[in-house]
Design a protein around this ligand. Structure first.
Ligand code: 13P
Length: 287
């Protein structure tokens, strides 16, 4: 059964480790992440962006697939199905579809509007037993080929949003989605420490997990980060493993064109990447 991310993140915060949110794109991704979490006895959060939701034929399809896997694969570790960077409308769609967690990304809205909408969603999520993530200070990334540097959140604004009763808070600390540019200055630990001081026991979320050096990840966990989002890194290893298979001509040998064979190296590569991250985040054995 899907669970809210609330309890797993409170435990992570208290235990000084982080739970990984791995974004899913299809059946292979989902299966690889769930199998690894079970094997390592780790809690896990499956992230679904609005784009990935459309790609997988809608939120209800995803809920059906994930619930089916939990049962058929006999998954017993805590699993949350979480909307990633949701608009107000997408949040409602996921609540209705049976997600167990949502992120309302109101970071681009004026703070008053972000507060109003977040408040409304706090109430609904509490009624439904779902967890809610909010964001302050937008997290940069590549848009139309231009890589924006990550903003740093205002700790006072973070406190305002945290006090509304959300379960986890994403604060921009110079992190960005996708591969970091060569001239990236690294995470702002000064901002993270200030946000942590204002928000106390609130689990903090680090987006843009791809390519952050291990030492910075560990320091971020020490300073209060309890959830780390990883997407691009799984995509990169999946693509590289698939490329290798095809470039070696394996799809032309025997029945190597069978999707169950063709997609296997990529799926195995995702498993290895998820394992590496769970070990780094310290969530192994914490289910
Ligand atoms: P990356 O794609 O950089 O790993 O970021 C993932 C993320 O933060 C999803 O919200």
């Amino acid at each position: 059964m899907l669970v809210s991310a609330k309890e797993m993140l409170q435990k992570a915060k208290a235990g000084h480790y982080a739970v990984g949110q791995f974004n899913i794109n299809n059946l292979e991704w989902t299966k690889a992440i769930l199998a690894t979490a079970q094997e390592l006895n780790s809690p896990v959060i499956l992230g679904v962006s609005e784009g990935a939701g459309k790609y997988m034929a809608g939120y209800k399809t995803i809920v059906g697939m994930v619930n089916g896997m939990l049962e058929e694969m006999k998954i017993t570790v805590p699993v949350a199905l979480h909307l990633d960077h949701g608009s107000y409308d997408a949040c409602y769609k996921c609540i209705e579809a049976g997600f167990s967690s949502i992120m309302f990304d109101g970071s681009h809205l004026p703070i008053e509007e972000n507060i109003e909408k977040t408040k409304e969603l706090v109430k609904i999520c509490a009624e439904k037993g779902m967890s809610l993530e909010a964001e302050v200070g937008s997290i940069g990334g590549e848009e139309d080929g231009v890589v924006g540097m990550g903003e740093c959140a205002d700790p006072e604004e973070c406190k305002k949003i945290a006090d509304l009763g959300v379960d986890m808070l994403a604060a921009g600390i110079g992190n960005i989605h996708g591969v970091y540019p060569d001239n990236w200055k690294g995470l702002s630990f000064e901002t993270l420490a200030a946000v942590q001081e204002k928000t106390g026991t609130m689990p903090l979320v680090l987006h843009g997990g791809t390519g952050i050096p291990d030492e910075q990840v560990k320091k971020a966990i020490d300073l209060g980060v309890s959830k780390i989002n990883v997407n691009t890194e799984c995509q990169l290893v999946f693509a590289a493993a698939t490329r290798e298979y095809i470039e070696a001509g394996k799809d032309r040998q025997g029945k190597g064109f069978d999707p169950r064979k063709l997609l296997l190296p990529g799926t195995e590569a995702i498993k290895a990447k998820v394992k590496e991250k769970m070990e780094l985040f310290g969530s192994v054995g914490k289910a």
